[in-house]
Design a protein around this ligand. Sequence first.
Ligand SMILES: [Zn+2]
Length: 360
Amino acid sequence: MAKKSSAKSTDYPTFLRELLEAKSPTGHEFAAQAVIDAYVEKSADKYERDALGNRIATLKGTGGPTLMFAGHIDEIGLIISHVDDRGFLYFEFLGGHDQVIPSGRRIHILTRQGPVLGVTGKRAVHLLSPEDRKRVPERHDMWIDIGVTSRTEAQGIVRIGDPAVYADGPEILRGSLGVARAFDDKAGAYVCMEAFRRVAKDKRIAATVVSVATTQEEIGTRGAQVAAQGLRPDVSITVDVGHATDHPDADNRKFGKFALSGGPIIGRGPNINPVVFDHLVKTAEDLEIPYQIQAESRPTGTDARAIQMANSGVACGLVSIPLRYMHTPGEVVDLKVVEQAVELLAGFARRVKKKQSYAW
Ligand SMILES: [Zn+2]
């Protein structure tokens, strides 16, 4: 019997899919580093690994400014902090969690022997007092169950300090919409590195392009800080995720209006250099890429915050991929917007002039 043809949907580029499948909680980015190494190293003139785990790919230009791309490869997770006498595991958070999310999930603990399945438990709703039902569980009200019966048995499998991530991998929600844990910020890291790979196929451009897969963003933009300090870029574009507000519980008066499929979001405000902002908009318009503009009144919660203040200052731009349900296992993005952001970054790099100044 012939197979029925399924509804047409965009699939993930393999590079992005592998990044999303890589389990890389903050401070333990090994698996994502390996994916970046495999896809990017051969396109680079120079490729470096540093003490914070950053991956730094350089493409030499013809004497123009140094342009740094930054996208973080760490993701939020848990870290095992205590094993009780019956073998239940307690944890701390790696990065910011909404505490209604962690319980009732399948997770993978990254152990010496590889990923181990666990379940996050808490007392069932039937056993909660009416007051407790209204309360958000505290971190210590939840635990991880790996199916053992003693501390000794648990300690034969996991060590204190082993990290964990939700088990949810990438799937297509519908059409070009993808759902996965950790689009924040595998989507951004992919955009930076895929744009780099495309520019690497051009004949030399004016700018020296340095694309950095940064680490430890989720606990304070730490990888980006040291990378920018060491690389001394003139100009930089950070790619991260932003909040799509086209869902039932986002007041546009408070959060602005950002459509999931409305194109990359270009940030504007004190963290953003006005020349870089103008060039990003001009590039989007030249390439007929739809875009949205977000006002950023403060240092942004992205790598751009650290990069801007490195050395004697860096001209920063920020491109965000609109995303629903940030920091949950069900983050949603439109893969078409991810591709638009790749072209926007590559286009920006190609347009940097040899004598470009970002002073204003
Ligand atoms: Zn995040």
